[in-house]
Ligand binder design. Sequence first.
Ligand code: NAD
Length: 356
Amino acid sequence: MAHRVVLIPGDGIGPEVAAAARTVLDATGVSIDWDERTAGAAALETEGALLPDDTIDAIRDSRVAIKGPITTPVGEGFRSVNVALRQGLDLFAAVRPARTLPGVRTRHHGVDLVIVRENTEDLYRGIEFARGSSEAAALRSELRDLGGFEIPDDAGITLKPISVSGARRIVRFAFEYARANHRRKVTVGHKANVMRYSDGIFLAAAKEDAAAYPDVPWEDIHIDHLSAGLVRRPQDFDVLLLPNLYGDILSDLCAGLVGGLGLIPGANIGWEYAVFEPVHGSAPDIAGRGIANPIAMILSGAMMLRHLGELDAATEVERAVDLVLGGGLVRTADLGGDATTAQMADAIAGALGSRT
Ligand code: NAD
């Protein structure tokens, strides 16, 4: 039976890399019934909403989606579609593997990291009060009464909630992931010495729940020190368990360690739904030129195949990516070559099932 999958091409380079991923996934022979939906700028134009209800309903129906990046207009009135999607479907865990790939020139070798990022809380929860608004004024006055906090009246305010329940489920997820995938250790990044009541909860949850996984070594480290450690010796780390904001920032740092944003796939996973997407954004600087690297999107597709139980096909896609990159002949501009997005996809599709 065919797997029904919602495909959201997205904005900017999204449609280009989505088409490339579809070429490769279809070439695996796995039967996928694609249900193409819109979100982002494209949806705003055609349906009058950045995240149309029928797109969300379609994902609720199929339970699995793969999406390209979506542009979030900067400024007032627009909430990130990505954040809304993750919160609306309660996709509480982001999984983002960053490993050294053959043939990609980087400063470090033998890097094999997996970021497990909490996806629904923290500063990305979306609780914000605009500078000068009556809500911000009321909050400032409440904070003055509650704790004598003086917030300048020209300040905008973003809140950082981290709950015990939210922290515990991502901790459990990360340790389960580490155990199931035979990872070496889990490193918890936080700043609990400064943000005692938000990051403090995250750390406490890790301490408490790690006890249920005596076979998985773990450590905790301040996020600033972790950043320095990753840049100096990324091989010392393995699974990185992070609250939302730090996870977002370190995802791009880890992408940089292994050759750039065009290479890093991702999965957003909840109890009921899963949405796969590359870590990179819509790259407006190169959109429409057919030169984006489709590998992050293709590897997101491999993660999706694994989630669908198509383990052999997933491994085959990853092997084909390694083969093409290792061959060094077909590379997009971000990797120093001149291949187009479509040429890269065709080369990877062509390498499926080949052994040389
Ligand atoms: P970006 O990831 O789009 O681009 C950063 C840099 O990396 C650019 O120079 C770009 O050309 C390059 N790059 C990214 N992906 C590439 C690829 N596949 N191949 C080759 N080069 C690639 O980040 P940004 O510029 O900060 O964000 C642009 C837009 O994307 C913003 O609107 C942002 O909100 C959105 N965004 C969306 C998502 C998502 O949908 N999940 C994630 C991040 C950013």
